[in-house]
Write a protein that binds this ligand. Structure first.
Ligand code: SAM
Length: 276
């Protein structure tokens, strides 16, 4: 049957314009919810195999929690209540459940959580913004986030304070983000991504906007010092900052992350924080 509307008759959606400009809490949240809803299908097709359905990978380098043990020894995860923030399709939560933990996978994007349902495994899913966690104080023993939420929010201290609130004393929050150093370089996997092109100190957000000037994707840059101060302002004690090196086995590119660049400059930063 012929489609009622031919593709050629559909109004063309212009490519968003990439720029650097301010973007507040609400605008960033709205833009990123829409972006992840629109792009979740492609994201899972492109990265799902690398992520694995029930692996805990901290970032494009492929550092696996099995070897990193940043949440503690795997044998001590059993019986722990763990909140995963910006969980996507809940791959990390599924691995935590396989260790006997009780994870809850939270994400802003409905479509990402539909992929979590598609993969299955029975992990509880919560659709919410990391800046307003819908849990009582002291609900979790541990919290984690592998590139979920923190790179995208305008007010990371608000997120950190809320994670601190929902953790029990002695709990850890471990989160990974793009290494701040990457902001000075073009986001390209090849040699063109090896020359400094912008100021590391320019915190102006990266924004993609439509032809009306509405943000459709936002990332927020913080320097290493900013991130440390954010962790402390959130009430946490920073006990480690891990910069995974690119391993020889990983020949796969992920956007601007590649073996070429990974062997020369850090691509991810993982903050290990304790709630005393
Ligand atoms: C790069 S993915 C990381 C997910 C998973 N670890 C992975 O590697 O696929 C980022 C996730 O963060 C979510 N996210 C972005 N901003 C968020 C926010 N403010 N609150 C909660 N989740 C958010 C997105 O919807 C997306 O699923």
């Amino acid at each position: 049957m012929e489609p009622i509307i031919q593709e050629s008759e559909l109004p063309e959606t212009p490519e968003p314009e990439a720029t650097r400009r301010d973007a507040g809490v609400t605008e960033s949240s709205r833009a990123n919810r829409g972006w992840w809803d629109r792009n979740a299908d492609d994201y899972q097709v492109e990265h799902g195999t690398f992520l694995g359905d029930d692996r805990f990978v901290w970032g494009p380098e492929g550092l696996d929690e099995v070897e990193a043990e940043l949440l503690g020894p795997p044998e001590e995860l059993a019986g722990k209540d763990i909140l995963e923030i910006g969980a996507g399709a809940a791959q990390c939560s599924r691995w935590l459940a396989s260790q006997g933990a009780r994870p809850v996978a939270l994400d802003l994007s409905h479509r990402q959580l539909q992929h979590a349902l598609r993969i299955g495994g029975g992990v509880p899913l919560v659709e919410a913004d990391a800046g307003a966690l819908p849990f009582a104080d002291g609900s979790f023993d541990l919290a984690c986030s592998a590139y979920g939420a923190l790179p995208f929010v305008a007010d990371p201290v608000r997120v950190l304070k809320d994670v601190h609130r929902v953790l029990r004393p002695g709990g850890r929050f471990v989160f990974s983000v793009t290494h701040p150093m990457r902001w000075a370089f073009p986001d390209e996997p090849g040699p063109e991504g090896l020359s400094v092109a912008a100021s590391y100190f320019d915190r102006t957000p990266y924004v993609e906007q439509d032809d009306q000037g509405n943000a459709v994707y936002v990332e927020h840059h913080r320097t290493i010092g900013d991130r440390v101060r954010d962790v402390v302002a959130g009430g946490f004690r920073l006990v480690d900052l891990v910069e995974p090196e690119w391993p020889a086995w990983n020949t796969q590119e992920w956007g601007g992350w590649s073996p070429l660049r990974g062997n020369l400059i850090p691509g991810s930063a993982i903050f290990v924080c304790v709630r005393d």
